[in-house]
Design a protein. Structure first.
Length: 201
């Protein structure tokens, strides 16, 4: 009789643990969405990445590392498209650890391979851009670059603090980012747009 009671209690405990794990996973999944910012527990001052999520689906997640600039300025890329954003640095977008585990600070990449594929901004009304709704304020990704350039000229807007351009992005497979948040690798909270667009240290 004692064994039957013990086994029953053990089953309840297992079910309780499974329920807690499920709730934690659901909580992590509900936190992650476009516009959520991630910082490491050690903090960016200690060399940790600071990331804004721009995509999160059942297929995985994508984010842009905000604090890893390359030595290359947009005016040096050799494309008139980006002349108006001249003195902004091109950001790596995926941190300094490449797919092979080596260090890649962007200094060894040919200029022809440095086209900015992704960009963030805080200008309303740029056709084709989409709002990162989880952010703490207006923060957009992409859009029509010609319209953005025209806005700079017509409205006399300086690009510093309003735009940030990225070469690539950091990606996670299905469930990977949720697990990292669950185990405490990241602090997840709404991204501050001003911080996201500020010049990297």
């Amino acid at each position: 009789m004692f064994n039957r009671g013990y086994n029953k209690m053990a089953r309840y405990l297992v079910l309780l643990v499974c329920l807690i794990v499920l709730l934690v996973e659901l909580a992590a999944a509900s936190v992650i969405r476009p516009g959520i910012g991630l910082t490491t527990r050690r903090g960016t001052a200690a060399g940790g990445d600071e990331i804004v999520i721009f995509e999160h689906t059942e297929m995985g997640s994508g984010g842009l590392v905000l604090n890893c600039p390359t030595p290359v300025l947009l005016k040096d890329i050799g494309s008139q498209t980006f002349d108006a954003f001249g003195n902004l640095p091109l950001m790596l977008g995926y941190g300094i650890i490449d797919e092979d585990g080596g260090i890649d600070d962007g200094s060894n990449v040919a200029l022809g391979d440095l086209s900015p594929w992704f960009w963030l901004h805080n200008l309303d009304g740029i056709p084709g851009s989409f709002l990162l709704e989880g952010a703490a304020g207006p923060l957009y990704m992409g859009g029509n670059i010609e319209d953005a350039t025209r806005r700079l000229s017509v409205d006399g807007i300086k690009p510093e603090g309003r735009f940030k351009f990225f070469r690539r992005y950091k990606q996670w497979g299905p469930g990977e980012l949720e697990l990292e948040v669950e185990v405490g690798d990241w602090i997840a909270e709404p991204q501050d747009p001003e911080r996201a667009l500020a010049a990297a240290p």
